[in-house]
Write a protein of this length. Structure first.
Length: 448
């Protein structure tokens, strides 16, 4: 099995090539420090997944390489690795390797029945293994013209909305991207809202080639695999197809967006008082298929679900409550509004951020965002901590006296459904241990 090495050129090294090297005042070589600087930059960069190029007759685009897959005998494969400058890569099982304008490429031909292994190890400048990838590839004795799609279907990914949902189930659904139904309007024609996760399932013959089933939107590759999940964000009509080139099967899919246009009576929900909502779709004409969901932390909801352009429901208790029309939702949390920190719009996924210091007193801490949480989309998650690691967090003072010293404690920020969307640790008091107003723009959070 062939093993080949390539080292990615350093931008620092390229900049110094052909230049005049200045003498250092302390003497000696600057390369140790340069190496250290290069590595510091490298450690902040991630290794991208190993990519698999177009496979003749099966795929037309570049995709993340599956760990295990099969190809017809005689297939030539091309892999690509994107790695930070300064790394050394070692390909295993490749016939040829090359560096084409910074693109690390490897090719191999699968000419015999059985399992072939192709992989790559990535080492840092100290020779330490940084990342490794390996693909197990089976050679299958089948001609390309014998590969066919036996069945292709699309189904919703999420839980079905119905009138017997529990409070917890309604909140789980409310926190999701869309509660829309997938409506079949023809033999291979469907309609649903934007942001609704759909599962595309393809049964291919021979089954061994399932990992290389390519899914396409209007002919453009969007994914790989016999089971593929996608939520479409744009309004419009599209053809979603899957299978070998020229022998694929597909469905027509129309997506629309929803806007809640009225609430009667307006304002905060009232316990036991029916409230009616109406919505419109873009493009118009899909209002009859809108799925409605009413959600609450606790207490009876009557009804929980509905269908059509308008929906009327009633909440027994007023706690956190929300109503959703497909992907569009509105909610309220009266407890959050009365805890002293007047909030900007508090919606699932929205940051609980102080818009006004309020009249009550708070304990204010400096916090460090946990790496890997945020930055989130605007209006969600870590809020003002989205672009930085350090910020301030307000906690309602638990009682008389000074604020607790919570340095070193963990904190979490949750959305309306209770899902953690930002977390980290408390560094210490922002100013002192006395109670004070909540600074405008600070996060609110509960302790664990």
């Amino acid at each position: 099995m062939r093993s080949c090495h390539l080292t990615l050129g350093s931008s620092v090294t390229r900049a110094l090539a052909g230049a005049v090297l200045l003498a250092l005042p302390w003497g000696g070589s600057a390369w140790a420090q340069l190496d250290q600087s290069i590595d510091s930059a490298i450690y902040d960069q991630a290794i991208e997944p190993l990519l698999l190029g177009p496979v003749e007759g099966l795929t037309t685009g570049w995709h993340n390489a599956p760990d295990v897959f099969a190809v017809p005998l005689g297939t030539e494969l091309t892999f690509e690795l994107l790695a930070p400058v300064g790394m050394t890569v070692q390909w295993v099982g490749a016939d040829e390797v090359s560096d084409v304008e910074g693109r690390l490429l490897a090719t191999c031909s699968i000419d015999s029945i059985g399992t072939h292994s192709v992989g790559v190890d990535v080492f840092d400048s100290y020779g330490q293994l940084w990342e490794d990838f390996e693909c197990a590839i089976d050679g299958v004795d089948v001609a390309l013209d014998q590969v066919r799609v036996r069945a292709f279907e699309v189904v919703p990914l999420g839980m079905e909305v119905h009138r017997d949902l529990t409070n917890e189930e309604t909140m789980t659904l409310f926190a999701g991207p869309s509660v829309a139904a997938l409506q079949q309007i023809g033999q291979f024609e469907y309609v649903t809202s934007i942001d609704n996760p759909l599962v595309f399932r393809t049964e291919v013959v021979p089954e061994a080639l399932g990992a290389l089933v390519e899914v396409r939107e209007n002919g453009v590759p969007i994914g790989l695999g016999s089971t593929f999940v996608r939520a479409f964000e744009d309004v419009g009509a599209r053809l979603v197809s899957a299978g070998p080139v020229g022998a694929e099967r597909g469905v027509a899919l129309q997506t629309y967006e929803v806007t809640i246009v009225s609430q009667d009576p307006p304002g905060p929900f009232q316990a036991g008082v029916p409230v009616r909502f109406c919505a419109e779709t873009n493009p118009r004409g899909f209002e009859r298929g809108i799925t409605w969901l009413a959600s609450s932390k606790y207490g009876e909801i009557d009804p929980v679900a509905g269908r059509g352009p308008c929906f009327e429901t009633r909440f027994e208790n007023i706690n956190w409550t929300g109503v959703k029309a497909d992907h569009a939702g509105t909610s309220a949390d009266p407890q959050a509004e009365t805890e002293g920190c007047k909030l900007s719009a508090f919606t699932p996924g929205g940051a609980a951020v102080c818009a006004d210091p309020g009249d009550l007193v708070w304990c204010v801490y400096t916090v460090r965002r946990k790496p890997g949480t945020g930055p989130w989309p605007i209006g969600a998650g870590c809020g003002p901590l989205g672009g930085s690691l350090i910020g301030t967090l307000c906690v309602r003072c638990p009682g008389a006296g000074t604020c607790p010293d919570w340095a070193g404690r963990n904190w979490k920020h949750t959305n309306a459904a209770g899902a953690v969307i930002c977390s980290g640790e408390v560094v210490g008091f922002a100013t002192d241990d006395s109670k004070q107003a909540c600074p405008v723009g600070s996060l609110r959070a509960e302790f664990n």
